[in-house]
Ligand binder design. Sequence first.
Ligand SMILES: [Zn+2]
Length: 367
Amino acid sequence: MASDHHEIRERVKQLLEKPGNGNCADCGAADPEWASYTLGVFICLSCSGLHKNIAQISKVKSVLLDPWSSSEAEFMESVGNNAAKAKYEKIVPAFYYTPTHKDCTLLREQWIRAKYERKEFQCYREGFLWKRGRDNGQFLSRKFILSEREGVLKYFNKHDAREPKAILKINTVNATFQPTKIGVKNGLQITYLKDNSTRNIFIYQEDGKEMVDWFNAIRAARYHYLQVAFPGASKSEWLQKLTRNYIKEGYMEKTGPKHTEGFKKRWFTMDDRRLMYFKDPLDAYARGEVFIGSSGNSYTVLPGLPPNIQGYHWQFGITIVTPDRKFLCACETEEDQKDWIAAFQTVIKRPMQPQEYAVEAYFKHKP
Ligand SMILES: [Zn+2]
């Protein structure tokens, strides 16, 4: 055993020779002899004392004096100062005073807390949120990770799961606060596309600040994505595309493609040019999605239903004409009918963007 311990310590000592590990990860002092074996960084004696103030995040050991397990040594090997800097100091603002070993404890302690405790300089967010279960509607605590580098938002069903339950690509993610519809304080609806179809998840956090921070973190990740994907666009064009609220939502009745199926009450959501309908407002995915193009491309919306149509209970009809077919809906009140027509008009009046033709083509060839 004794020789084992000796061997492991030698392994950890060897790591001090690796690039980046020869200086304290936090203050840059030469030849650190301490390490945080939960963060994977080598630090000086003085900074190790400050890490003890954030013991819930950072556990420290002397490289030379304390016993080391092989798994701890492995972890130190897998991280190290350079990798930790890349993660924890990714977005340190240019003006931020980065302390050295000559600076006072106050500056160094707050730098360490900002890096590891508050994670202020990471393009990354991780935490637990309440997520509504798809089948039973119960909210369960789920771990969420937003990774700007990977361009994804993911969540895990089991706290110790290695594989995420779902990976949401940030380029298709939208987030909008919907406390009334979801029925919980701070409720946030997140949508994303899977195989070009919209998927919904519903989450919340009791702590309102935490929830708004998540919302803005999603916007930050989307901003970063748009800057890279559309470098020629302007700042205001990027800002417009970060997140969007729905144009309109609510119940209408609808019939099927033959117009003889009878009308059924459905929850409709107008999300930009996607008109979706759901059996339940909190369904994970839509029963159907319809692309609403522009008047220049043969899309129109008209009050009323064609003659000889039967099977509706609500009296205020709407006919949505697309190049392929007519969609027939009915509203409960005249006011609702007016609001829906106005909602459709906002997108129909707007000429289609080049990238919207690709979306339209997808809808046309949808199986
Ligand atoms: Zn230090």
